[in-house]
Write a protein that binds this ligand. Sequence first.
Ligand SMILES: *[C@@H]1O[C@H](CO)[C@@H](O)[C@H](O)[C@H]1NC(C)=O
Ligand SMILES: *[C@@H]1O[C@H](CO)[C@@H](O)[C@H](O)[C@H]1NC(C)=O
Ligand SMILES: *[C@@H]1O[C@H](CO)[C@@H](O)[C@H](O)[C@H]1NC(C)=O
Ligand SMILES: *[C@@H]1O[C@H](CO)[C@@H](O)[C@H](O)[C@H]1NC(C)=O
Ligand SMILES: CC(=O)N[C@H]1CO[C@H](CO)[C@@H](O)[C@@H]1O
Length: 558
Amino acid sequence: TTSLFYGVKWKFLEHKGPVFAPPYEPLPSRVKFYYDGKPMRLSPEAEEVATFFAKMLDHEYTTKDIFRKNFFKDWRKEMTAEEKATITDLKKCNFTEMSEYFKAQSEARKAMSKEEKQKIKEENERLLQKYGYCIMDNHKERIANFRIEPPGLFRGRGDHPKMGMLKRRIRPEDIIINCSKDSKCPEPPPGTKWKEVRHDNKVTWLVSWTENIQGSIKYIMLNPSSRIKGEKDWQKYETARRLKKCVDRIRAQYREDWKSKEMRVRQRAVALYFIDKLALRAGNEKEEGETADTVGCCSLRVEHINLYPENEGQEYVVEFDFLGKDSIRYYNKVPVEKRVFKNLQLFMENKEPDDDLFDRLNTSILNKHLQELMDGLTAKVFRTYNASITLQQQLKELTTADENIPAKILSYNRANRAVAILCNHQRAPPKTFEKSMQNLQAKIDAKKDQLSDAKRELKSAKADAKVRKDEKTKKAVENKRKAVQRIEEQLMKLEVQATDREENKQIALGTSKLNYLDPRISVAWCKKWGIPVEKIYNKTQREKFAWAIDMADEDYEF
Ligand SMILES: *[C@@H]1O[C@H](CO)[C@@H](O)[C@H](O)[C@H]1NC(C)=O
Ligand SMILES: *[C@@H]1O[C@H](CO)[C@@H](O)[C@H](O)[C@H]1NC(C)=O
Ligand SMILES: *[C@@H]1O[C@H](CO)[C@@H](O)[C@H](O)[C@H]1NC(C)=O
Ligand SMILES: *[C@@H]1O[C@H](CO)[C@@H](O)[C@H](O)[C@H]1NC(C)=O
Ligand SMILES: CC(=O)N[C@H]1CO[C@H](CO)[C@@H](O)[C@@H]1O
């Protein structure tokens, strides 16, 4: 089965290029912008950027100082000299009418007739058929994201220093096309040119451009269900399986290194222990100040940890508190081995709170060391390995043979949650959480009423049957009994759902499910308990994991 994926490079690649965001449509003249209480007509360029702000007016972002400052600075760049001279204070700008106009438009879209909606659907289908597929060698493959994001204001996560900046419109002149020499190269829109056309068969993307906020390169790629993506996914989990085979050796080595005479070796060994034990990320290598102040294992500072020789009955406890990737807070209190603890005390000696904890280590040194330990090893492989093995252990522990399918799925979700907690995939409770819980509770209450009614009816039918003793009343009792049973099942299903939702309040399952859990484990679990894969993976996920669903794998036991 494995050679199917091995070393894929394409020979032929043909596609139609990207779909650009629709051009800006100026506002109707009745919709006015006011400056200092007076209506003011804006040039189309300035107006477009103003509409981005107007569309976000109800959002908390537009009250934040950094957001407003960045927006205003970038907006002024789009203004004419005259506009620039007039508009000098964002506080004097009144976007209310614009904002109302967009709200009305969005209401109108919701209220569209069936025919209008159908028309839009057909147009989308036409674009999908034309731009949504490419030919790679002999396969027609779906393209994941053939539409280029429209311009707007950058949001970022956490208190991102660049929030509010103008995310520019991407034009054909920004676009690099990658396709094979002998294919029909995509045509740029009339009157425009591509930045460049290349032919490189070692990469799997079709189109790229550089976005202006972070200067990062964006790609149009194949759908996760494609052969090449499937191969990458498969390789990732194969690497994690290889780690399983040599993790004992790696652990023995880093434990030995805790005693090294060299400080850099000790620091490396303690960092590696954290990555292994806590599934921490290695840390980014981006320039400082560019993004929000987030850290990973290698970039931890003294202020991010506290040491307790004893805490709540445990010895050698380390308390972590820092902002990790995407500004998600990582907070954890864990007992560690005495040697690790002593080393940490040593690393912190004579340092200020904002000094690096591991001053002899950085991400590239650590990654290089990992490569030496095992080919293809990165901090992420430890996460994938631990996530997958935790899922497998949890599934084994939580699933019992005598529970029904809804209860088994609850067990699956609980196993998935254990992994999400390990990987620190938290989320703020959704705004709609309380409301949806109330709705569910109302359904449960109604179902309970229904159940007591049904039970009462069953009782009176039984009483009836005692008196009359005929077939008809006997049958009625049987029917009532079945009704009670059915309602009991429905009630249980709702209650399981409520438990599941409550436990999920602050945890995001999607990321670990999609990126860290070897799908072969989930598929094997489904097979073992006769649970349809559709109950675990939705349609998109089934496409992504098609390679695993098709593959019978005997490597997992539950
Ligand atoms: C903004 O303009 C609207 C009318 O377009 C007006 O009702 C509102 O009072 C104005 N807001 C401010 C703060 O001036
Ligand atoms: C995975 O992470 C957990 C939580 O930190 C840790 O206790 C466990 O030892 C790890 N398991 C494996 C097999 O690495
Ligand atoms: C990491 O440290 C090494 C050795 O001190 C140095 O050569 C390298 O430039 C550093 N890398 C980064 C990204 O700071
Ligand atoms: C499937 O689930 C993911 C979350 O993991 C979600 O983003 C996606 O929209 C879902 N797709 C479908 C077709 O329901
Ligand atoms: C979109 C794109 O440019 N992809 C690849 C095309 O080929 C060049 C080199 O020839 C690669 O660097 C790109 O990644």
